[in-house]
Ligand binder design. Structure first.
Ligand code: 3H9
Length: 650
């Protein structure tokens, strides 16, 4: 049974019990509608409390139903029936009330919440708008201006603010159900409160709408749902509740069938599946009591910070005191900065630092359960580090390399037992970026791999398994993407047209701006090293720029020029002169054509990655692109786009 009803002292307590998140699935809707009718007719019932079983109230509509036609009754009918009941319905909320869950609570006559509860309308994050009265009842309950960030930016509201806004009527001080039943008794003896939909609302000045539209448009970066949600809110204020509800439903149904929503739902499920791969579910991870990090450069420091944020004790090893001191000072900056921004208290920041033991002697790693190597990206340097690590560590300690492209089989060559070896490719800054490519060797033991995934979950990272190839999943696609951007230059398209097209597509920056930010010298040195090894790598424009001293932002110029202390790219005559031999006859190409060509190249490389078994599914590639390389989330990723999934209704 999706819901059960018990009598407590003349009050009916309706429990929604639909694990894992009490989603308002078809069965729950049928049962709730039945309950409204039968409880209204039952003379022994004075009022009704509705709450959720387990750790939360209701996580929303059932997202798994959105690929199918709507099954009746729809949620709007259920909520309207509750609102029109002759007896008071009290929502007793704990954990979260999200999306349809909050809409259900808004349809009740009163709301009481447990401390620690959060309420929100995250539909836009799924390419949807609230479709069961959220954009209509919310502003009538708490006002238009407070509602705007909730429906557009998906603001989550805690209980104190919710009480202040009038979103809830009470915060429970004892056991939630006991308090809710007491509240229900009070309500049963009083006139029925005016339902949210029937309350008066003050329309804001036109500028409020204009400002909200402008800021929502900026924040949405090309996605549609946030603006649709705002439009629905406005429509209801300007046209009244009945028209507002009808319009909201129509917009919701259209959004539900859109490619944007299909893309965001696809990512929603992929993100939840990724940290727990099917084949590792039954393989217990090893305990991780202490973790070693070798190398206190940018990556080592970021990894240490990520480990400390998850409260794991860290031993940080560097080759000399000066490098170690620099690493510690950068860690202080990270935690001090977080404290200055109010993300950590001073005590927490100190506690983060106190959990790091620094040293220049590898023997400090002797009792670590896992050691992550993050030294300079050079095979010989990494091999030398592992010779030391393997010498001092316990034979059962897991050894991980944070290489971003060097073959982990080569890195591990000198180690006797490589079944305990695994690649863990963090993205910079490692304490911020969620993506983590996990790269096992063919012989890596399943429990070692399972431990790498467990660590990713503990760090709240998004782990994606990659097979071994140059650049793994992400950097391999990046290389193709940049090569194609350079091929467009040879076809006569301008640097700034290419960058502008990719920004318009939804990336924060285009391929040339990105290279200038990252620095052109690293890939130049890699190419040079490969050439020195006899590989036949053709000359690239990036080689010419680096040789002309144009390494990117850090040297004041790369593909673009930069003024001192200013990261704004300015078209550069000098860059054009340097790379002139590689530019085609200038021609115009429209931005859609440019982005289509670059994105289909990414998908093309993705298909090779799949066919070689480097990634286990297209969604793994899309997660890498969205979380590691700034691919616009609402487009789903290059593989999703290439599949044509969700395209039929656009
Ligand atoms: C909506 O409400 C539309 C309405 O306005 C209009 C309707 C007419 N449905 O995240 P977790 C699954 S749109 C189905 O790891 P947590 C999830 O896939 C909805 N399944 O748990 C996972 O499955 P598995 C608006 C759902 O404790 C499992 O539950 N609501 C749903 O870390 C556990 O998920 C939202 O956007 C769902 N609604 O966090 C909220 N939600 O075990 C979306 C989750 O097989 N949900 N699952 O991998 C969340 O934000 C989090 O899940 C929540 C719990 C905070 C609730």
């Amino acid at each position: 049974m999706a819901i059960k009803t018990e009598m407590l002292n003349g009050i009916a307590v309706v429990t929604i019990d639909n694990p894992p998140v009490n989603a308002l699935s078809h069965g729950v809707r049928i049962a709730l509608l039945d309950a409204v009718q039968s409880l209204d007719a039952d003379a022994n019932v004075a009022a009704i409390v509705v709450h959720g079983a387990g750790k939360l109230f209701v996580g929303g509509a059932d997202i798994t139903e959105f690929d199918r036609p709507v099954e009746q009754p729809g949620l709007p009918e259920v909520i309207t029936a509750i609102e029109r009941a002759h007896k008071p319905w009290i929502a007793a909320i704990h954990g979260v009330a999200l999306g349809g869950g909050l809409e259900l609570a808004l349809g009740c006559h009163l709301r009481i919440a447990a401390p620690g509860t959060t309420l929100g309308l995250p539909e836009a994050g799924l390419g949807l708008i609230p479709g069961a009265g959220g954009t209509q009842r919310l502003p009538r309950l708490i006002g238009v201006e407070a509602s705007i960030p909730i429906v557009t930016a998906q603001e989550r509201v805690g209980v104190d603010k919710a009480l202040k806004l009038g979103l809830i009527d009470r915060i429970s001080t004892n056991e939630l159900i006991t308090d809710a039943v007491a509240f229900a008794h009070e309500a049963a003896g009083a006139p029925l409160p005016v339902p949210a939909s029937q309350r008066a609302v003050i329309a804001p000045a036109t500028e409020v709408w204009h400002d909200a539209e402008a800021s929502t448009k900026r924040a949405a970066k090309g996605a549609a749902a946030q603006l649709l949600a705002l439009g629905s809110l406005r429509f209801g204020i300007e046209n009244g509740i009945e028209a507002g509800l009808a319009n909201e439903r129509a917009v919701f149904l259209k959004a539900r069938a859109s490619r944007e929503s299909a893309a965001l739902r696809y990512l929603f499920f992929a993100e939840r599946a990724a940290p727990r791969p099917q084949d590792l579910r039954d393989i217990a991870p090893r305990p991780l009591r202490k973790i070693g990090v070798v190398g206190a450069g940018t990556m080592g420091v970021g990894i240490t910070a990520a480990l400390r944020n998850a409260h794991l004790p860290v031993v940080l090893v560097e080759r000399d005191d000066a490098s170690l001191a620099r690493g510690f000072s950068n860690l202080e900056k990270i935690f001090g900065g977080a404290a200055a921004k109010g993300r950590l208290t001073q005590d927490e920041a100190q506690e983060r630092m106190a959990g790091i033991e620094g040293g220049t002697d590898y023997r400090a790693l002797a009792d670590c359960d896992l050691v992550i190597e993050a030294v300079y990206e050079d095979l010989a340097v990494k091999q030398a580090a592992f010779a030391e690590i393997a010498r001092v560590c316990r034979p059962d300690a897991i050894l991980a390399t944070n290489t971003s492209y060097t073959d982990p089989r080569q890195i591990s060559e000198g180690i006797a037992d490589t079944s305990r070896f695994v690649g863990m490719h963090f993205f910079s800054p490692a304490h911020v970026m969620k993506l983590l490519e996990i790269v096992p060797l063919p012989e890596t033991k399943p429990d070692v791999l399972s431990t790498a995934f467990a660590l990713a979950r503990k760090l709240e990272k998004l782990p994606v398994r990659s097979g071994i190839c140059d650049g793994f999943i992400g950097n391999r696609i990046l290389r193709r993407y940049i090569a194609e951007a350079i091929a467009l230059l040879a076809d006569g398209v301008s640097i700034s047209a290419i960058d502008a097209a990719m920004r318009e597509f939804g990336f924060a920056m285009g391929p040339f701006e990105m290279q200038d930010m990252a620095g052109l010298d690293i890939s130049y040195m890699r190419r040079e090293a490969a050439r020195a090894n006899g590989q036949d790598i053709p000359e690239m424009p990036g080689d010419l720029l680096v040789r002309a001293g144009r390494k990117g932002q850090k040297t004041g110029g790369g593909w673009y020029d930069y003024a001192v202390g200013d990261r704004t790219p300015r078209p550069s005559d000098e860059a054009l002169r340097v790379i002139a031999p590689m530019l085609g006859t200038p021609r115009d190409m429209n931005s859609r054509e440019i982005s289509a060509r670059l994105v289909s190249t990414m998908a093309d490389e993705g298909k090779s990655i799949l066919s070689e078994g480097i990634a286990s599914g297209p969604e793994q590639i899309d997660l890498v692109e969205v979380h590691g390389y700034g691919f616009p989330r609402w487009r789903g990723g290059p593989m999703f786009m290439a599949s044509g999934l969700g395209k039929q209704n656009d």
